[in-house]
Ligand binder design. Structure first.
Ligand code: HAM
Length: 429
C-alpha cells in the first residue's frame, strides 16, 4: 500500500468555496489600494538570505525558512514583503517620479508554532509609500488601512498608533546605540518585561531614562489624554520632545483624512528592526491571541540595502486573519460563484449536442455539461446537491422542434425553450 501524503505542518489547502471568499476580499483590497493611487507589484517567493535578514529582527531570523540552492547560494523564503519591495524599488524604480506607491498580495513563510490564525505559510496584503518626507504620508497609510477594513465591512477593530522615534530617542539619550536599541525594541514588542529590564541594566541605561521609558510604554488611550501625559513626562528632554511633536503632526494629519477613533499607544515597538517613526497595529479582539490583523509604520531600509536614503512607510494586513475576523462577524464575502446551469443529455449519443448547447449558453451563463453520462434522475440529484438552479435537458423530441427543456430546480417547473433563445434565460434566485 502506498502512503497517504499530508500537508506540511502549518500550511493549508483552499477549496473552491473558500477561494471564492479569498478572491472577493482580495478584490476589495485591490480596489481600495488602487483608489489611493497604488499599483500592484510582485516579487519572487525567495530572495537572498542577506536581503531578508538585513534589519529584519531577531524574531524573523529565528523563524526563517532558509536553504542553499544547487550553486550553494544562501536563499530564504520571504517572511514579509517590505525588504523585497525595497530591493525592487532600488533595482527598478529609484529614478521614477515620487511618490512611488506600490501594493502587493503574496504568500509569506515563517517557521512559527501553528495555531488558530498563525500559519507557516500565510498571506500578506500591503502597501509601501516611497518618497514623501511629510507627516501626511504616514497618516495616509494609516487612513488607507482603515478605509480598507471599513470597505470590507469589518466592525470590531481597534487601531493603536505609536511612535518608535520617541522610544529610540529616549534610549539614544541614555547612551544606547542603534544596534543595541533593536533587542530592547524586540523585548518591548513581545511584552517581555523581565527581559526588558535586564537589557536596560546590561546596557547601563541611567536610572532616569529607564524610568521615563518604562512609564511612557504604559501610556495608552485617547490621543489628547496620552499626549498631555507624555509631554509632562518628557519636559526638558528637547530631542525626545521633537520626536513627540513629529508624532503629533502625524495625528493632526490623520484628521484631514477624517480618521478618528484610534488609540495612541506609546508601547508599540513592532517586531522588525527597520521602523523609525510612526508605527501602528490593528487588532480584531475577537480573534484572541492572534488578534493583530495589520502592522506598519515608517521605516528606513534602502540605505541598508545599498540604495540612497528615502522616506518610506507602509503596512501589511495579515490577509488570513482579516478573513477570519470578517467570518467571525458573519460577513457575507462575495456572491455564489458556482455554475448556474447543468446541461444534461437525455438519451444516448446526445452528449455531443449537449456540449454544443452548453458552449453557446456559456456566453451568457456559467454552466456545466453532465460529463458523467448518468441517467436524468441521477443528474437532477447532482444539480440539486450542488445547488445548481437550472437544468437544461437535451432530448430527441425537443431537438426535433429546435428546442431544449429547461427545468427550474426550485419549483420543478419545466418549459421548452428555443435553442436560439437560450441566451436570454434568467436565473430566478
Ligand atoms: P508584521 O507585523 O510582521 O509586519 O506582519 C504583518 C501581519 O502579518 C501581522 O499583523 C499579522 O496579521 C500577519 N502575520 C504575521 N505572521 C503571521 C503568521 N505566522 N500567520 C498568519 N499571519 C501572520 C510586516 O511584515 C511588515 N512588513 C509590515 C510593513 C509593511 N511595515 C511597513 N510596510
Amino acid at each position: 500500500m502506498t502512503m497517504a501524503f499530508t500537508r506540511p505542518r502549518g500550511t493549508r489547502d483552499f477549496l473552491p468555496e473558500e477561494m471564492a471568499r479569498r478572491r472577493y476580499v482580495e478584490g476589495v483590497m485591490r480596489e481600495v489600494f488602487e483608489s489611493f493611487g497604488y499599483g500592484e507589484v510582485q516579487t519572487p517567493t525567495f530572495e537572498s538570505l542577506e536581503l531578508i535578514t538585513a534589519k529584519s529582527g531577531e524574531d524573523i531570523r529565528r523563524h526563517l525558512y532558509h536553504f542553499k540552492d544547487k550553486a550553494e547560494r544562501d536563499l530564504a523564503l520571504r517572511p514579509e514583503l517590505t525588504a523585497p519591495v525595497m530591493r525592487l524599488y532600488i533595482n527598478e524604480l529609484k529614478r521614477s517620479p515620487k511618490p512611488v506607491k506600490v501594493y502587493y498580495i503574496g504568500n509569506c513563510f515563517r517557521y512559527e508554532e501553528p495555531q488558530s490564525g498563525r500559519y507557516r505559510e500565510f498571506w500578506q496584503a500591503g502597501v509601501e509609500l516611497i518618497g514623501p518626507p511629510h507627516e501626511e504620508a504616514e497618516a495616509e497609510v494609516v487612513a488607507l488601512a482603515m478605509a480598507t477594513l471599513e470597505r470590507l465591512g469589518l466592525e470590531g477593530f481597534e487601531v493603536h498608533i505609536g511612535h518608535i522615534g520617541v522610544l529610540r530617542r529616549i534610549l539614544e539619550d541614555g547612551g544606547v546605540r542603534e544596534e543595541d536599541q533593536n533587542p530592547v525594541m524586540n523585548a518591548i514588542d513581545k511584552g517581555e518585561e523581565a527581559a526588558l529590564k535586564g537589557l536596560l541594566e546590561k546596557l547601563q541605561v541611567p536610572e532616569e531614562s529607564r524610568s521615563v521609558l518604562l512609564t511612557i510604554l504604559e501610556l495608552e488611550g485617547p490621543s489628547r489624554e496620552v499626549l498631555g501625559k507624555a509631554r509632562a513626562l518628557l519636559a526638558g528632554r528637547t530631542g525626545v520632545l521633537e520626536e513627540l511633536e513629529r508624532f503629533e503632526r502625524v495625528l493632526c494629519a490623520l484628521g484631514f483624512f477624517g480618521v478618528e477613533g484610534y488609540r495612541v499607544d506609546l508601547g508599540i515597538a513592532r517586531g522588525l528592526d527597520y521602523y523609525t517613526g510612526t508605527v501602528f497595529e490593528i487588532y480584531a479582539p475577537r480573534l484572541g491571541a492572534q488578534k493583530q490583523i495589520c502592522g506598519g509604520g515608517s521605516y528606513s531600509l534602502t540605505e541598508t540595502l545599498g540604495g540612497a536614503p528615502v522616506p518610506t512607510c507602509g503596512f501589511a494586513f495579515g490577509f488570513d486573519r482579516v478573513l477570519l475576523a470578517l467570518e467571525a462577524e458573519g460577513r457575507k464575502l462575495g456572491g455564489d460563484k458556482g455554475p448556474k446551469a447543468l446541461v444534461v443529455p437525455a438519451g444516448k449519443d446526445l452528449l455531443g449536442e449537449a456540449i454544443r448547447v452548453a458552449a453557446s449558453l456559456r456566453k451568457s451563463l456559467p454552466c456545466e455539461v453532465d460529463l458523467m453520462k448518468r441517467k436524468l434522475v441521477k443528474a437532477l440529484g447532482y444539480a440539486d446537491s450542488r445547488g445548481i438552479p437550472l437544468v437544461v435537458i437535451i432530448g430527441e423530441e425537443e431537438l426535433a422542434k429546435g428546442c431544449v427543456l429547461v427545468r427550474d430546480m426550485k419549483t420543478g417547473a419545466q418549459r421548452d425553450v428555443k435553442v436560439e433563445d437560450l441566451g436570454s434565460i434568467k436565473v430566478h434566485e
